[in-house]
Write a new protein. Structure first.
Length: 520
């Protein structure tokens, strides 16, 4: 179950636990219970501050394969239904450490907001063990539960609870229910969850953030935590500047990429691994991090004012926009209405929900063909829809796709609408661009992989944008507004690549530094 190497590592991680944490498994019978019991028993051996008990939780937990965490006898509001392996193993370990007194990695303003929520919030997070986006949501909500007794979070392995999956018609992860009703689904940023909570919470929650201690005037503030933003922060810190970086999540789109083989000097890595390396590199410098927050607007002037979603205001001499891009939507009828009910954007996360079914991938670029290859090992069949007469993907990927018996590639076709029965996707309608005829393809899932849209809407009245919404910059990364720079996928720089974004982020920081020494 847990190897000796893992157990040895866990002993090191748990060496400084302050409180005794008890793993309480609900009594009852289930075919997976013995496996979970062994797992929890092994886990309890890594520290004298971890204990394991089996007992009736008197309604707190409903399933024999559900367990909760208590710290010094107090329910932490955190429970798991199923064995939290895969990507969720880290979620359990962090929950143990945070319950035992390890400081939470949440901004003070966020903690203040959560602590001031005064109504019961019971979250259920449906996840799959292969989902790399799910842990971010689980870990954030678990920390919320520790901060406030009014909040509880149950993490549910959807593969072990098909009755609940059917009941709530869940076809994508993570899916979050709040007090039994849909709260959010699909790819969810913690920043979005926080904003939704602030809308539900009393006014005192937001005012609590405003009372948090304000940062002194910053030399450089970066908006965005992907490769470009992190590179800018590191270059700024190396110049001895007061640097703050604000991100709804660190890693950006990179975090969703499972195979990276073109980052020069790093033959192979993954998005999560690269994100970890970026954060580790930032740890070597004095950089103020503001995670899970968004910048709502920027006030121009020689000293810029950034208004955050938490209610905070940061004053800064320079700003670097590094907000990257998001998945581009098809913009056809039925797409938005069926997100989470068959329309998805992350094949790694949602692919397992379509095991043995027919699905489509829209887009014949690298991401589309990679998605088709990935899905072909799970689903019954994959049909790729490409608008152009030829695929845009690299030849090596096209060859792999064409060698798979269950991948069909349709070129020179235009998707017209997503069809459903009111609950689930049933087909996609498309037009052959050669003869103009309309066809339907019966299927259960549609994975959209047609590129990216720059995250620039919040600055449309601040700096000049291209017709495509990209921030227009010069050779020094300067925008149309003095003191505001930009870098990475949000800009007009062609070729949206990780290595290019890193270089552009470094250049933007150097451009901002040059501006500072001349203007201040």
């Amino acid at each position: 179950m847990l190897t000796n190497d893992i157990l040895a590592s866990l002993k090191n991680f748990t060496a400084n636990m302050k409180n005794t944490v008890t793993l309480v498994l609900q009594t009852g019978e289930h075919e997976k219970r013995a496996e979970l019991t062994e797992f929890l028993s092994q886990l309890s051996t890594v520290s004298e501050n971890i204990t394991f008990e089996e007992r009736d939780t008197e309604g707190r937990l409903a399933s024999p394969i559900s367990f909760l965490l208590e710290a010094d006898g107090k329910d932490q509001g955190i429970s798991f239904s199923g064995l939290p392996g895969g990507h969720e193993f880290n979620s359990l370990i962090l929950a143990l450490l945070h319950s035992s007194g390890t400081p939470l990695k949440l901004d003070d303003s966020i903690q203040s907001i959560i602590k001031n929520i005064d109504e019961p919030l019971n979250f259920q997070v449906f996840m799959s063990l292969s989902c790399h986006n799910c842990p971010d949501v689980v870990q954030a909500l678990n920390q919320f539960s520790i901060l406030n007794d009014n909040i509880s979070t149950e993490t549910i392995d959807g593969g072990l609870f098909p009755d609940l999956i059917e009941k709530y018609n869940i076809q994508g992860v993570p899916t979050v229910l709040l007090n039994g009703k849909l709260f959010a689904n699909g790819k969810i940023d913690t920043a979005v969850i926080l904003e939704k909570l602030m809308q539900l919470a009393p006014r005192t929650a937001k005012s609590a953030a405003k009372k948090s201690e304000a940062l002194p005037l910053q030399d450089m503030t970066i908006i965005g935590g992907g490769p470009a933003g992190v590179a800018a922060a590191i270059y700024g810190a190396r110049k001895g500047l007061a640097v703050t970086i604000i991100a709804d999540r660190f890693g950006g789109q990179v975090k969703d990429t499972m195979a990276i083989e073109n980052l020069i000097s790093v033959p192979k890595t993954t998005g999560p691994e690269l994100t970890g390396a970026l954060l580790s590199h930032m740890d070597d410098y004095t950089i103020t991090r503001k995670e899970h927050l968004r910048v709502g607007r920027i006030e121009k002037g020689k000293i810029k004012k950034l208004h955050l979603s938490s209610g905070e205001v940061i004053e800064t001499k320079t700003v670097i926009i590094a907000t990257g891009a998001k998945w581009r939507e098809l913009g056809i009828a039925g797409e938005k209405e069926n997100i989470g009910n068959g329309v998805a954007y992350c094949p790694h996360c949602d692919g397992p929900f379509f095991k043995g079914k027919d699905v489509a991938v829209v887009g014949g670029g690298n991401s589309g063909i990679e998605a088709a290859i990935d899905l072909s090992g799970i689903v019954k069949s994959v049909t790729v829809f490409e608008f152009l007469p030829e695929l845009k993907a690299d030849k090596i990927l096209v060859n792999q796709a064409e060698s798979r018996d269950n991948i069909t590639i349709l070129k020179n076709v235009e998707t017209k609408q997503v069809l459903s029965d009111g609950k689930n996707v049933t087909a996609i309608e498309y037009q052959d661009r050669t003869d103009g005829k309309i066809y339907q393809k019966d299927l259960s899932g549609i994975f959209v992989q047609i590129g990216l849209v720059p995250n620039s809407a919040f600055i449309k009245d601040v700096v000049a944008l291209s017709p495509y919404g990209e921030v227009i910059i010069n050779e020094r990364s300067q925008t149309s507004e003095a003191g505001i720079f930009a870098c990475g996928d949000v800009t007009t720089v062609p070729y949206k690549q990780i290595v290019i974004a890193m270089g552009e982020g470094s250049k933007a920081a150097l451009g901002a530094f040059d501006y500072l020494i001349r203007e201040f």
